[in-house]
Ligand binder design. Sequence first.
Ligand SMILES: [Zn+2]
Length: 431
Amino acid sequence: MKPWEKIEDLKEKIFKNEEQKSYTSSLFEAIEKKVKDSLLSQNADDALITITRWALELRASDIHYEVKENFVDLRFRIDGILVTLFSLSRKDYKILLERLKYESALKLNISDIPQDWKYSKILEWKKIDVRVSTIPTKYGENMVCRVLDASKALVDFEDLGFFWTTKRILEKALSKKNWLILVTGPTGSGKTTTLYTIIKKLNTPDKKIITLEDPIEYEFPGIVQAEVNEKKWFTFDVGLKALMRQDPDIIMVWEIRDYETLNTATNASLTWHLVLSTLHTKSAAETLDRIANMWVKPYITAAALDTIVAQRLVRKICPHCKCEVEKTANETMVISSMMKDIGLKTLKWDNVKIYRWAGCDQCNHTWYAWRIWVYEIIRLNEKLKDLIKNWASSEEIIAEAKENDMISIAQDWILKAIKWFTTIEEVLRVV
Ligand SMILES: [Zn+2]
């Protein structure tokens, strides 16, 4: 069997295992009882507080209400995985839905078009913002609430998983007065959190920072934050041009979706501004291709672009029940072939330990608790910039970068797996 066939084999087993995992139900039963008791006494506010509080407690990023023919499923997305808590009757859901729409200032009498807004709750002296969006479906209005816990958003680079070399490269990039830094990754890879952490780090009184967001998720003291409004033609492109006239030092544009925004962002960087933004691409190579496909001239890309950070979110192994295990022959082969692939030939693999879970109450027997990011990070030095100017392909550029200090996602996650931050299985599931 070839190494890649073994990887596929291992992946298949992982997905099967994932399906068989289930959360302990006693906690969910207790939440269900509390919510239903509140709804029975028509106290929708209490029911909502219970749901929001437990979403926070269980580290859920989103609360899903999925309308089926005869009932409604309440599901939490915990550490990236959707988990069903319990089902509500359609009558109970109607009470909750009305309360949620009322709290979020959505139109109560409209149920046939999508709506979105947010509401805030004070829980234990902490303000929690919840972004609510509805969509009409065959059986009624589906609702998804994104929980925005500001205290969790503002973390440090180490909490995000920037260790060792990745942190050094990023900090070097942020010490510059100009240039464009792009954070990339798929939806749900936490690009927002990384940008906010960078902004928090850069936020000193001597600098003017302006952001253009969609929507503003957290409010920063001392920073000018603007929100795009497509209906009023306040788009990313228009907004970015307007904010350039506000004499900023640092600009954060939520997302670059088109040539106009990218062009304005590169111009801003070339006129001595530090520009931070995100692109919806999976890797540094794909980012370079996307920029080329937007028809930005290579010499402009080379002059403006400094650093690309591509990221993924993986679940962190539960620290309370992790245990050291022997590697199987299959795992040894897969991992050593990956090590070779990323140029870690010199690492003595025999001495490397791998970890697995036992399952405990702390992680609800899911074997994982919290999440951590894995990164690919590339800084464009003069040699790489020359390659871009000379129309080199992204493959050539990445190959050259790997000769220098580029850290690939594979490298970062293998290092995290052997340092017990995550498991080999989890990494194969995500990447
Ligand atoms: Zn555990």
